[in-house]
Design a binder for this molecule. Structure first.
Ligand code: URA
Length: 290
């Protein structure tokens, strides 16, 4: 964030505008938005007042609100840049680097990458190319020039959400258990899952490759010889949900991933894909600390 003249708030650095990242901000220039073309958008942290883009313009470009309405949001103290509330108009930011929030929700940077979510049907392999010629995720999306890869895998027999992106670090982190992004599955299992079994599952199970403790397990419905159970986990070992239910004697008949972090399956039809929304992308970038 680049301060304009006299906008030092309590707690902000103010030693000659030298910030802790080493950038020096001059405060004697005033330029209109039009003098910063889209191509000129800064990518580094060495901003001064001739660089950066006015916050209200960034908010408007991100689709938050019109510029005027964005100014009102700023006036009302609803906008935060790098953890600090900005109430002054004209502050310039680097939308690529500065973390901008409205009412606490992250406004993601302008998209340089592709982020898609697909509802994978059963029978589709979780890959973009299959040497055996089986249907793949590539068959579910339009041909693109970017090289996409999938974030984690679903068994061929599992349906539901899978994210495709060409943002490598994002994909890597999202798939990594240390970032603890929750994934929720809906499992139709054999038999009636009783309270004792639920308690066992909630307490954690020992599998061949180590323990697993779900974040949440709830029975959605019980039929005569089957149950519908929702399981939330923040890890993704191979066949983990199927193995959990095998361990308690309720083999999975049908499995669907219905949520990844803030991204819900919702009404996305089987085989269909869509872009992540700004809110979803902002929340996921937060979750993986990008
Ligand atoms: N757990 C499974 O058993 N299968 C999947 O595809 C995903 C999670």
């Amino acid at each position: 964030m680049t301060p304009t003249t006299h906008d030092h708030e309590a707690g902000q650095p103010h030693d000659d505008d030298v910030y802790s990242d080493g950038a020096v901000y001059s405060d004697d220039a005033e330029y209109s938005d039009d003098e910063v073309s889209e191509e000129d958008q800064p990518t580094g942290r060495n901003l001064n007042e001739t660089e950066g883009i006015r916050l209200q313009k960034v908010l408007a470009q991100a689709g938050v609100a019109s510029r005027r309405a964005s100014e009102i949001l700023i006036d009302r103290g609803r906008v935060e840049v790098n953890g600090q509330t900005v109430r002054e108009q004209g502050v310039r930011v680097d939308p690529e680097r500065d973390v901008i929030r409205v009412d606490g929700s992250r406004i993601p940077p302008p998209r340089r990458h592709v982020y898609l979510v697909v509802n994978k049907p059963r029978g589709v392999v979780s890959t973009l190319h299959d040497p055996e010629g089986r249907p793949t995720l590539a068959d579910l999306i339009e041909r693109r020039k970017e090289r996409l890869f999938h974030v984690g895998r679903l068994d061929t027999d599992t349906e539901g959400l899978i994210i495709l992106t060409n943002h490598g670090e994002f994909a890597h982190r999202l798939a990594h258990p240390s970032y603890e992004v929750e994934k929720t599955y809906l499992a139709e299992v054999e038999g009636v899952v009783d309270a004792a079994t639920l308690k066992r599952m909630r307490g954690g199970l020992m599998l061949d490759d180590g323990p697993v403790k779900p974040d949440k397990v709830t029975v959605k419905s019980r039929g005569e010889a089957k149950s519908l159970v929702e399981v939330t986990l923040h890890e993704g070992r191979n066949h983990i949900v199927r193995r959990m239910f095998d361990a308690v004697g309720h083999p999975v008949r049908r499995l669907s991933r219905i949520q990844i972090g803030p991204v819900r399956l919702g009404q996305l039809a089987q085989g269909a894909s869509r872009e992540l929304t700004s809110a979803e992308l902002g929340a996921l970038l937060d979750a993986v600390k990008l």
